[in-house]
Ligand binder design. Structure first.
Ligand code: FAD
Length: 106
């Protein structure tokens, strides 16, 4: 079975990268695509306890994807939910775009 930490790091890279390349003004079809993708991702994610908790999170926090910023913030909150569960530091979601799209300015 895949290593849960390695799988997690690469999966968050994929998920945040999808939000980073998401349109600023998505069409209804583009919004529907990401919701379908995450619904299936939550069923297929190959760490079953992770997948179950992620499905519960999405049940309580419906995917918000009416704009890139809204979707990026939603994903950051989803990641922070896992961070809290694992006792990791929460990430400052004001910085999601700097981390995943535009790059740190230093
Ligand atoms: P990661 O949490 O993988 O983060 C990678 C990088 O993302 C960080 O270095 C930081 O730069 C950035 N980052 C951190 N937080 C945020 C944020 N909120 N928004 C944007 N960027 C951020 N592991 C378990 O043990 N149990 C679980 O139930 C579990 N559920 C998971 C559910 C999902 C959907 C996913 C994708 C992963 C899950 N994981 C779970 C894996 C876990 O989240 C971590 O990926 C893993 O523990 C490795 O952590 P890490 O400290 O290397 O950094």
């Amino acid at each position: 079975p895949p290593d849960v930490e390695e799988l997690g790091r690469s999966s968050w890279t994929l998920l945040h990268s999808i939000t980073a390349t998401y349109p600023e003004a998505p069409t209804p079809n583009e919004q529907s695509n990401v919701k379908q993708f995450l619904g299936l991702f939550g069923k297929l994610y190959p760490c079953w306890v992770c997948a179950e908790d992620f499905q519960v999170f999405m049940e309580r926090n419906k995917v918000r994807a009416e704009s890139r910023d809204e979707f990026g913030m939603w994903m950051c909150e989803a990641h922070n939910d896992v961070n809290r569960k694992l006792g990791k530091k929460e990430f400052d979601c004001a910085k999601w775009e700097e981390r995943w799209r535009t790059g740190w300015k230093d």
